[in-house]
Design a protein around this ligand. Structure first.
Ligand code: ZN
Length: 242
């Protein structure tokens, strides 16, 4: 089976479309949250995800839009974009976001937006934080998003030392033993200095994982954001991959 894993799309339809074109055929789509927030096309991104056989979980921006989180915890640009998104969202799209469970377990893989311990908010940027999360999922692998930075955290077992590894692009990694937390990076707002959309292809039967990056027409997303008067800092950061 071939699963397309996307995270942190953030209403960036151009980036999502480029990922879908680049991925080729797949059997199922897994979405790790933050479908909306920041970008210009929230409803179209939700509709596109829903057009596939898929499993999705919510992120903090999705919950912000639903009013399930206090926007005082967001920075001012994120808050402004979140309030704009609230106004745009159709009742149907809203209901869809409401329906998403916080985590999902699919055979030997857990899906959580931030971390298995605190799925909506916790950032797994470092091996030390990843180590504290290894006992909070029971599968071999946990897929997370939220930081917008692709990474692999690995340990031999639940109590062993955790190391962080960079993921090599277009290299198929097979994880047949140990415990692992993997982040496919962000489709719609990468923050690792590489502005290309980031995603992953997964075969859950062979437990193989491949990170991919693909260029998309950033200027088109930026033009759509300007039309909607979204915050300038959110527009310029896309071309910097920050
Ligand atoms: Zn995000």
């Amino acid at each position: 089976m071939r699963a397309l894993v996307v995270s942190d799309i953030h209403s960036n339809l151009e980036a999502l479309t480029a990922v879908l074109d680049d991925a080729g055929s797949f059997d199922v789509l897994w979405c790790l949250g933050d479908i909306v927030g920041y970008g210009p096309d929230p409803n179209a991104c939700i509709d596109l995800i829903r057009s596939f056989e898929h499993t999705a979980i919510p992120g903090n921006h999705d919950w912000g839009v639903l009013g399930k989180l206090d926007l005082a915890d967001f920075n001012s640009d994120a808050r402004q974009a979140n309030l704009w998104t609230r106004q745009q969202l159709t009742p149907d799209a809203r209901q869809y976001l409401e329906s998403l469970p916080e985590t999902q377990v699919l055979s030997d893989i857990t899906l959580a937006h931030g971390s298995p311990r605190y799925p909506i908010w916790e950032y797994l940027l470092y091996a030390s934080t990843a180590a504290l999360n290894m006992s909070h999922f029971s599968t071999r692998v946990c897929l997370v998003g939220h930081t917008h930075v692709p990474v692999l955290f690995s340990a031999e077992d639940e109590n062993a030392h955790v190391e962080a590894y960079a993921l090599e692009e277009r290299h198929v990694l097979t994880l047949s033993s140990g415990r692992h937390i993997l982040n496919p990076g962000s489709v719609g707002q990468p923050r690792d200095g590489d502005p290309r959309a980031s995603y992953m292809l997964v075969d859950p039967e062979s437990m193989s994982f491949e990170l991919r990056r693909v260029e998309y027409p950033i200027a088109r997303t930026q033009a759509r954001m300007r039309e909607s008067a979204l915050p300038n800092r959110l527009i310029t950061r896309l071309e910097l991959g920050w």
